[in-house]
Ligand binder design. Structure first.
Ligand SMILES: [Zn+2]
Length: 245
């Protein structure tokens, strides 16, 4: 199975889902990252800064074993100055090349315009046409964007325990932010911790393992093999057997 992580800015991919993706890689999945802009405005625009940034992206993605990184150059925090179709085409091209079954990306209603347009472009690129191989799409939350838009609407309904891989996520983030100020590093470190269920004050997080992170399932197609296994009672879990008896 192949996974594609799509983010507009460097670091979003790490913060959003690298605990989860690294656990899936350990289980045999292949994962790829597409970053749509170089996040220039936050670090200056010189060639040297860009070179450092690219190195940080490579190192951070290397920590969890991402197979390949696709890096585009859309204008940071101004995706609305680019025709949406141009972004859709870039995303479609990578999807065609990788043929991922699972995609992780931003939430539709984040405050950040690049996050919202990345989501919009992805949904268009994966519209349910015949032959579409993308089976599952999940939105992750990014602090200082997802919860900054009002009214709040991120509705987590999918939880993934990253107790085993949280250390790798933190290590990847350290690589991604090697040249940042200590203040920025502290802020990001706090953001990683805040995303864990154990630090959420919202009631429904309390039913999850404390080391879980939350996603919103955007869409999911049930595979035929899963349907078949549900019909063969020998394969059923006690839960489903109970439902049928
Ligand atoms: Zn971002």
């Amino acid at each position: 199975m192949k996974i594609l992580v799509i983010a507009p800015h460097p670091d979003d991919e790490v913060l959003g889902c690298f605990g989860t993706v690294s656990k899936l890689i350990k289980k045999g999945y292949e994962a790829y990252t597409l970053i749509l802009s170089q996040g220039k405005t936050s670090r200056g625009e010189g060639d040297e800064e860009i070179a450092i940034l690219k190195e940080e992206i490579q190192k951070a993605n290397g920590v969890i074993g991402i197979k390949k990184i696709f890096l585009e150059n859309f204008p940071d925090n101004s995706f609305d100055s680019v025709p949406l179709l141009t972004i859709i085409k870039k995303i479609s091209k990578v999807i065609e090349e990788i043929k991922p079954e699972i995609i992780f990306t931003h939430y539709a209603n984040d405050l950040n315009i690049d996050h919202r347009l990345t989501y919009q472009a992805l949904i268009t690129a994966t519209r349910p046409m015949q032959g579409c191989f993308v089976k599952e799409i999940y939105s992750f939350e990014i602090l200082s964007s997802t919860e900054w838009n009002y009214p709040l609407s991120f509705s987590p309904n999918t939880y993934f325990d990253i107790g085993e891989t949280i250390d790798l996520k933190i290590k990847a983030m350290q690589k991604a932010t090697e040249t940042r100020s200590n203040k920025a590093k502290k802020k990001i470190d706090k953001a990683i911790k805040t995303l864990q269920a154990q630090n959420k004050v919202i009631t429904h997080y309390s039913i999850m393992k404390e080391s879980s992170v939350a996603f919103q399932t955007v869409k999911k197609y049930i595979d035929e093999s899963l349907l078949k296994s549900l019909n063969e009672t020998d394969n059923l879990t006690p839960f489903f057997k109970g439902l049928l008896s």
